[in-house]
Write a new protein. Structure first.
Length: 515
């Protein structure tokens, strides 16, 4: 119908195991496309494993972000139908095989360099570093989405050489993470396609859009984007043909028609009103920077300590049969981003994560096999209080509510109503997010502008934002919108005297305009 995507060019893979140096005690694991391990200088291929249960146990430890699991949890996940004694015996054999596969020279009763049993926990531990391609891809993808840089998109896509653990396609413990990684890749493919299109490279933009559709065949944004690209390339008949095929597939599979975005694009194509691709300058590209959202996260510069603290509180509350963590801070300080990071890590660790939104009222999980539930409530209003209370008190398992609270009277009143309503049934912990350090602010500035910046620009933004990441980004948008900065020889500097802009002139968090 139209030119096929150049898969090799668009997503040419990288050999993760062989890239760079690895300390003798280090561990590097590939989980995308295949399962391979490098332990120091030793390479262990997928087919080298003589015991499937050992390979599965190592995979389970590797995809856990902390590379550490309770032995009973491992037994439940890997051998749910076996008795406790039989599962324990399987785990013992699996750990033995892992140790001696990674270290054939390991003597009997000697301690392994890589796998250890500490109390009731099994953990991967090395003298060097544990590296996985899923973390490398995730970090690179988030950086690409944050910086909106075409080369960063290409580098991230090179790391995604296939879906997560294809031989474990139907294992429940792989499903959620596989879907998350697939969705993240689609986000990067679409961003890369848009950026290549902005540059006038329509052939590569079309190839990337095709890859996004192949990965997510019902993604309306991807189809609408491809229709637009084909029309802009002068292939109007192919654009309409693709839309009709997409429309037919939707009706056959879901019994629905395309949404407003796709319909609007095809109307432009039919009416021959598709705008030509402009030549986009660096300044114009930065004026169109996307706003931060849960689907387009910025790196959490300067928040590692806060994330770790919240995770420790949550772990402690699970031992108390649940409770509440209130994350407090001024608007734009990064509460939602921190909570999203905590929720993502919890989900990867096997916790059931539920978001309370205007569109969806969660139902407490009744399956007793679900050991942990994390309820996320981002800036609740008064109407949410009773819903949250009922969810927590119902406590079908161990429930922790992670709630963001704006530092204003209305939000804190809602939080007080909630905690008072628990009547001492559940403990409540509080975390206040403080302003970011100057160093963290500088990293955000560099991520947003995609280049070095002069010290006077950084100082101006730090003075304006006072450690609030929302106002860092709004300040950058204000500078770009007023053409107050220019990128000269890869370095952003003021085009004239620094502008006189105050916080009150900027857009407030959550899209409310300042008065």
């Amino acid at each position: 119908m139209y030119q096929a995507a150049d898969l090799g060019r668009a997503a040419g893979g990288a050999d993760f195991l062989s890239a760079g140096e690895l300390a003798r005690g280090g561990l590097r694991v590939q989980l995308l496309g295949d399962f391979r391990v490098r332990a120091g200088d030793r390479y262990v291929e997928n087919f080298d494993w003589q015991l499937r249960r050992a390979k599965s146990a190592l995979k389970l430890l590797t995809i856990d972000e902390r590379h550490r699991m309770h032995r009973e949890e491992m037994m439940t996940v890997l051998w749910p139908s076996l008795s406790a004694d039989a599962a324990a015996n399987n785990l013992h054999k699996a750990l033995y095989v892992i140790r001696h596969t990674l270290e054939p020279e390991l003597r009997s009763r000697a301690s392994s360099r890589y796998v250890r049993l500490r109390g009731e926990f099994v953990e991967l531990t090395t003298d060097g570093e544990i590296q996985t391609d899923i973390k490398a891809f995730s970090d690179a993808a988030h950086w690409a989405l944050a910086t909106r840089d075409a080369r960063a998109c290409t580098e991230a896509l090179r790391l995604y050489v296939g879906d997560l653990l294809p031989e474990d396609l139907y294992e429940e413990w792989t499903l959620t993470l596989r879907d998350q990684l697939r969705a993240l890749r689609v986000d990067v493919l679409l961003l890369g396609s848009r950026l290549r299109g902005d540059e006038g490279n329509l052939e590569e933009a079309i190839a990337l859009a095709q890859l996004a559709i192949a990965a997510d065949p019902l993604n309306e944004d991807a189809h609408a984007h491809l229709v637009l690209l084909l029309a802009q390339k002068g292939q109007r008949h192919l654009a309409l043909q693709h839309y009709r095929q997409y429309q037919a597939n939707l009706r056959d599979e879901l019994g629905v028609d395309p949404g407003e975005r796709a319909v609007e694009v095809v109307k432009q194509v039919v009416g021959d009103q598709v705008p030509a691709r402009p030549v986009v300058t660096a300044m114009a590209r930065h004026r169109r920077m996307r706003r931060h959202s849960s689907l387009d996260p910025l790196p959490l510069f300067g928040r590692d300590t806060d994330v770790a603290k919240i995770e420790r509180l949550i772990d402690a509350l699970y031992k108390e049969e649940g409770g509440v963590v209130l994350v407090r801070g001024e608007g734009g300080i990064g509460k939602s981003a921190v909570v999203t990071a905590v929720a993502s890590r919890a989900s990867q660790a096997g916790t059931a994560v539920t978001w309370l939104t205007d569109d969806e009222i969660p139902v407490p999980e009744t399956d007793r096999r679900v050991r942990k539930t994390l309820l996320i409530v981002d800036d609740p209003d008064e109407d949410y209080v009773e819903l949250v209370r009922e969810f927590i008190v119902a406590d079908p398992g161990r429930v922790v509510a992670l709630i963001t609270v704006e530092a204003d009277d209305e939000s804190e009143a809602a939080a007080r109503r909630l905690t008072d309503g628990l009547h001492g049934l559940k403990p409540v912990c509080r975390v206040t997010l403080e302003p970011l350090s100057d160093g963290a602010v500088e990293l955000i500035v560099q991520a947003q502008l995609g280049a070095q910046m002069s010290p006077d620009v950084v100082d101006w933004l730090q003075e304006l934002a006072q450690g609030n990441p929302h106002y860092v980004r709004e300040g950058i948008s204000a500078l770009l919108g007023r053409s107050a900065v220019a990128c000269v020889n890869g370095r952003w500097t003021f085009a004239g005297p620094p502008p006189d802009i105050e916080r009150s002139n900027l857009r407030r968090p959550h899209g409310h305009e300042a008065g």
